[in-house]
Write a protein that binds this ligand. Structure first.
Ligand SMILES: *Cc1c(COP(=O)(O)O)cnc(C)c1O
Length: 377
């Protein structure tokens, strides 16, 4: 029997920002799909995870941390912060750890935006930004993306983003490289963009995929932090570090901004095994280098293979590709899933002819192409 659910009653009790919200759509029910998939198992290319997972050092640290599961974790995440501070050459006071960068993206809006204030984002920006702004009761201020071939956007239009800023704007969210397009802009363009904004508009640059970048004209926005106190850079251990399951992200910003955000952080928001494994992952440069080079190689090979099938593939500096099929992609998605390959549908982003495909291992990509050929036949 379905439980009694009086949605309208509780929605009316919710604060106005939450009333109009729809929960983040995580894609297909993978738990159910895994249960029914036969051998050799699913090829999961829907969430931009790193198929290789973490390296041996992070795995060992995680296992060792299992000895302290009855203890609360370090509420300050001191060891991980010191490792991050040394790694990025920033002060530990500039760092805030989150239960994934998702938590930090939500907290930024909670702290810095509210009713009567605006949050700027790009039409094809990450869906979490809109959720964060709306949950805080702020007004969303959209900027169109650069148009590209067919339905395919070419990425953020920094002029449009600057033009969308009004006197009541408090936050701008943008990812570089961007999800779901995979596109990017050069660091010099970000520097120009920052010059154009008032310094009481916080610019959040989400660098979830930065470790995958191979274009030398894109370096981390961390290099711009000393010149801009309104710049906030978010990073994560979920993608290139292969630790999505542990939920650890961080932001780097002015220590004043960090101190204000600390007031609303849940004291034990990052778990002990997560702290330990991420610290070890940060020290394992060899694993990250092999993840990076493997991804760069497979990304090009997969893009070439898809283009050889006359599909439009957005240029990408990430571990995924946005692919335009030139027709409704839903039937193709269904056939891929039936064949054991999980893509991410893009209709929620207004890109109904596109699918987003994580770059997998060579073997995963081979299976993808095989099932795709059957789906397109
Ligand atoms: C995957 C992703 C994140 C990372 O989220 P976590 O909560 O750190 O796992 C953040 N931003 C973008 C754009 C992403 O694609």
């Amino acid at each position: 029997m379905a439980p009694r659910a009086d949605l309208a009653f509780f929605e009316a009790l919710a604060q106005p920002g939450v009333r109009g919200l729809r929960a983040y759509d995580p894609g297909l029910d993978l738990v159910a799909l895994r249960r029914t998939a036969g051998l050799p198992g699913l090829v999961e290319l829907g969430s931009n995870e790193n198929s290789l997972g973490p390296g041996p050092a992070a795995r060992a640290a995680f296992v060792a941390a299992a000895g302290s599961l009855h203890r609360y974790p370090d509420p300050n995440g001191g060891d991980l912060k010191r490792a991050l501070a040394a790694h990025h050459r920033v002060a530990t006071e500039s760092l805030l750890l989150g239960n994934g960068s998702h938590e930090l993206l939500m907290m930024l809006a909670q702290v810095f935006a509210g009713p009567g204030q605006g949050v700027v984002m790009s039409r094809h920006g990450f869906a979490v930004y809109a959720l964060a702004a709306q949950a805080a009761g702020a007004e969303l201020q959209w900027a169109e993306s650069l148009p590209g071939d067919h339905a395919m956007p070419r990425g953020h239009d920094l002029d449009a983003l600057a033009a969308a800023v009004t006197p009541h704007t408090r936050l701008v969210y943008l990812a570089n490289p961007n999800n779901p397009t995979g596109t990017w802009f050069e660091t010099a363009r970000l520097a120009e963009f920052l010059q154009r904004l008032r310094d009481d508009v916080l610019v959040v640059v989400d660098e979830a995929y930065l470790e995958y970048v191979t274009d030398p004209a894109l370096v981390s926005a961390l290099t711009l932090l000393p010149a801009h106190r309104n710049l906030v850079v978010t990073r994560t251990f979920s993608k290139a570090h292969g630790l999505a399951g542990l939920r650890v992200g961080y932001l780097v910003a002015d220590p004043g901004l960090v101190a204000v955000m600390e007031r609303v952080r849940e004291s034990f928001n990052v778990n002990g095994p997560g702290l330990a494994a991420c610290e070890a992952a940060l020290g394992d440069a060899a694993h990250l280098a092999s993840v990076r080079s493997g991804n760069a190689r497979e990304r090009e090979a997969l893009a070439d293979a898809l283009r050889a099938r006359e599909l439009i593939v957005a240029p990408s500096q990430t571990n995924f590709l946005l692919v335009d099929f030139g027709c409704d992609a839903a039937p193709i998605e269904s056939r891929l899933v039936a064949g054991g390959v999980v893509p991410r549908p893009m209709a929620g982003y207004g890109l109904a002819t596109c699918l987003r495909l994580t770059v997998g291992t060579r073997e995963e990509n081979r299976r993808l192409l095989q099932v795709l050929d059957e789906a397109l036949a």
